[in-house]
Design a protein around this ligand. Structure first.
Ligand SMILES: *[C@@H]1O[C@H](CO)[C@@H](O)[C@H](O)[C@H]1NC(C)=O
Length: 236
């Protein structure tokens, strides 16, 4: 994880340089001058302290899986306190894939139209969808909040992609449009990370759907749903 961050940080600084550079000790302390390493990540709050993950696909749209959240928080690096970088939205409408029944049958994708549009900056930015094939053995990453107690900071894990054929051979009932991945960090993602983005080469490939102990984790492969996604976004 640390390796990933040391690798990502210089890259992100290149992609989103600070608005201005002031010398240390020069001006007032500016909270959150540090760019968010995963500015597309959303923290979704539901009823009764339930929560899950998601990501920003467009200024007014967040993608998640399974559960319907009430509130969407973007731009958070910690949940310990409200940060200036937060952008908080209520959900205007929910768009669940019509073929979804339960995560084990696939089609685990839920689009949230926000009440309003997120403002893009160094803490909040949409991510685009990975349309090209990602080979087995490729290393991607998943980011999320884990068991989101109020003290939690988001975490990332490296995920090795398992080819559909290999995954199917261990898991014959696997539905279509599911990607299997093996996390290198124990406990990431975990149950409440549902909806977390699986990111390969700076584009989102999958949505964390569910995991099983001693099994790979299962992610919804997003690109096959692109026609449905654009229909929903146009019509809502
Ligand atoms: C959000 O952005 C979309 C697309 O640019 C625009 O059509 C819509 O009116 C905006 N919504 C709000 C609430 O500003």
């Amino acid at each position: 994880m640390d390796q990933l961050q040391t690798f990502l940080l210089p890259l992100l600084l290149l992609l989103c340089p600070p608005v201005s550079t002031s010398k240390e000790g020069g001006g007032e302390a500016r909270p959150h001058s540090r760019a968010h390493p995963t500015p597309y990540l959303a923290f979704l709050q539901g009823k009764d302290d339930n929560f899950c993950g998601g990501f920003l696909l467009a200024p007014g749209w967040v993608v998640t899986a399974a559960h319907k959240p009430l509130t969407v928080i973007l731009g958070a690096q910690t949940l310990q306190r409200r940060e200036e970088s937060w952008q908080t939205f209520e959900v205007e409408s929910y768009h669940r894939h019509p073929a979804f029944t339960n995560p084990k049958n696939g089609n685990d994708i839920l689009l949230l139209k926000l009440k309003g549009n997120a403002t893009t900056n160094s803490h909040v930015r949409p991510i685009s969808i990975q349309k090209s094939r990602v080979r087995g053995g490729a290393e991607c990453s998943v980011a999320g909040w884990g068991y989101g107690t109020a003290t939690v900071t988001f975490r990332e894990a490296t995920v090795t992609i398992i080819t559909p054929r290999d995954c199917l051979s261990y898991n014959p009932g696997l539905p279509g449009n599911v990607i299997c991945g093996h996390s290198k960090t124990a406990g990431v993602p975990e149950k409440s990370d549902t909806g977390d983005p699986l990111v390969c080469n700076n584009k989102v490939l999958g949505i964390f759907s569910y995991g099983q102990s001693n099994w790979p984790d299962f992610y919804t492969h997003i690109s096959p749903f692109l026609p449905w996604i654009s229909r929903v976004m146009k019509s809502a």
